[in-house]
Design a protein around this ligand. Structure first.
Ligand SMILES: Nc1ncnc2c1ncn2[C@@H]1O[C@H](COP(=O)(O)OP(=O)(O)OP(=O)(O)O)[C@@H](O)[C@H]1O
Ligand SMILES: [Mg+2]
Length: 505
């Protein structure tokens, strides 16, 4: 009495097919699970035994061997309960073996036979679709699986309902693909921020070109306020982006009722976050904050307070748009194409620019504080902007600034200009912040006046090669915001004003 069926194992966003083989043979009653199971998988025999009991079935009084192949891949998680239970039912001839052969099966069992939700159903369903198979999953995750396309989905809430479905006494209705409501989170409005015109302009440039942004200013000047308003001016996710974002949230077990996510992620981890929390990995590999912010914003408030090693770990993902975490026996990769927004005070007390309030260690305290951020990390941030204290006159005045909706319209237009250009150059899905090398030289060549200013500035400020390219990228965005094909001296001059604000330079 032998049966086999398929489930999956997750290696980052990659999905591997796992063959679940169940054999009932004569011998002393034992129930070993082999094939590198972790503790949660090993414990699944108790859940299966109890779930069978709740249906009035007992396990055969024989030797039951479960093999999870390939044997050299570590099996982690609780989603192996359901495939083991169905494999056992097939080996006992309670359900026909060929009925489950065309499915990828995953789900956790409760002791009373209910099928509990698990993470990763969307990537598993997409994998099943690529194999031409269907999927059997918990009922609550059915909506997620439905986004994988036209596949056969059996989403059940109990093991008994699945058994009845295969016997033909009950029909499981196919789940519907559901979307998150249009505005799932109330987006904050830019109109609430008084004054700070430079900060608002920098935020609009960052949103238009996808640039990373660093805001530097004294306490209470509105840095956190500005950053929190960035999602409100970014365009909504495209369908392809929405699917990728939902897939990562699914892997992290954070999906709300299996609904497709439509709002751009905004993640603001606390500065005490550990390296695995930020970049991913850890004992049970999970996407980190940088991957949860994929296609959205990662906001690091109080930047110098983060552990130095944690910040340095962001350098590679910021450049490549993906994070690779080395584990003891494998490398896992998560996508992390993010827009980094960081905020910091210029020094520990925050008042270096105000002689009457600065501490006695000024200016050394500012140099020490800012030196916590390495040059290469600063270099990866295209826009550096000073956010000074707001004056009382500004605060008292009734806000007449633009609303996020108006700014978002301009951002959309600037992004459209980029899309048209990069599609013509056969590099779609590009934003100005992501271009480099030959492409950058091709699309961001300033006119004569621009070249003159750039040359003078490069000599005067001793711009590094990376700094030079950063100015070009920002200037390209400024030109796109003004519907200009060429990059003028004005664009270069403004881009230069967002160069490094390092206290020591
Ligand atoms: N420009 C502004 N317009 C209106 N309110 C403001 C402005 N700046 C600050 N505030 C008020 O001050 C509060 C604190 O602002 P915020 O948290 O953004 O400051 P911050 O620059 O991040 O300070 P810190 O460096 O201490 O983190 C806000 O909640 C808001 O009520
Ligand atoms: Mg703040």
């Amino acid at each position: 009495m032998f049966s086999r069926l398929n489930t999956v194992s997750f290696q980052g966003v990659d999905v591997i097919t796992i063959d679940v083989q169940v054999k009932i043979s004569s011998g002393l009653p034992k129930f070993p699970i082999v094939g590198l199971p972790d503790k949660a998988v090993d414990e699944s025999r108790e859940r299966v035994r109890s779930a069978f009991h709740s249906m009035g079935l007992s396990l055969p009084y024989q030797r039951i061997t479960v093999n999870l192949a390939p044997a050299d891949v570590q099996k982690e998680g609780s989603h192996y309960d359901l495939p083991i239970a169905l494999g056992l039912l097939a080996a006992m001839n309670a359900i026909p073996s060929d009925a489950i052969a065309d499915f990828i099966v995953l789900g956790e069992l409760s002791l009373d036979g209910r099928i509990a939700p698990i993470s990763g159903v969307l990537p598993a369903a997409i994998h099943a679709a690529s194999l031409g198979k269907g999927i059997i999953c918990p009922k609550i995750c059915g909506g997620e699986a439905a986004w994988a396309g036209d596949i056969n989905i059996l989403a059940a809430d109990t093991l008994l309902s699945l058994l009845n479905h295969f016997k033909g006494s009950q029909v499981l209705s196919p789940p519907e693909a559901v979307m998150e409501d249009e505005v799932a989170q109330t987006l904050l409005d830019l109109r609430d921020v008084k004054g700070q015109e430079t900060g608002k302009r920098a935020l609009e440039i960052a949103a238009s070109g996808g640039h990373n942004l660093l805001m530097l200013g004294p306490p209470g000047s509105g840095k956190s306020m500005l950053a929190a308003r960035l999602p409100g001016i970014l365009p909504p996710l495209t369908p392809a982006e929405a699917l990728e974002v939902t897939m990562i949230q699914s892997l992290a077990g954070r999906l709300n009722d299996g609904k497709l996510i439509r709002t751009r992620p905004f993640r603001d981890p606390h500065h005490s976050a550990s390296m695995p929390a930020l970049v991913g990995g850890g004992l049970k590999a999970q996407p980190g904050e940088i991957s949860l912010a994929h296609h959205g914003v990662l906001f690091l408030d109080e930047l110098p307070e983060f552990a130095r090693a944690t910040l340095e770990a962001l350098r590679q993902p910021l450049e490549s748009g993906k994070t690779t975490v080395a584990r003891a026996n494998a490398h896992v990769t998560y996508p992390s194409r993010i827009q980094l927004v960081a905020a910091m005070n210029p020094c520990r007390c925050g008042y270096i620019s105000d002689a009457s309030r600065a501490c006695s260690r000024a200016p050394k305290c500012a140099i020490d504080y800012q030196a916590k951020i390495s040059g290469p990390l600063f270099d990866r941030i295209d826009l550096h902007v000073d956010v000074p204290e707001v004056s009382a006159a500004d605060l008292i005045r009734v806000s007449t600034g633009e609303s996020s909706v108006e700014v978002a319209k301009r951002v959309k237009k600037a992004r459209m200009n980029q899309q048209i250009r990069y599609e013509a150059l056969e590099t779609p899905f590009c934003l100005n912040a992501h271009i480099d090398g030959e492409l950058l030289e091709k699309v961001a060549l300033p006119d004569d006046a621009g070249q003159k200013i750039l040359k003078e500035a490069a000599e005067k400020f001793k711009l590094s090669a990376r700094g030079y390219r950063r100015v070009l990228r920002v200037a390209r965005t400024l030109a796109d915001m003004g519907d200009s094909l060429s990059i003028s001296g004005e664009h270069i001059a403004e881009a230069l004003s967002y160069r490094r604000l390092h206290f020591s330079t």
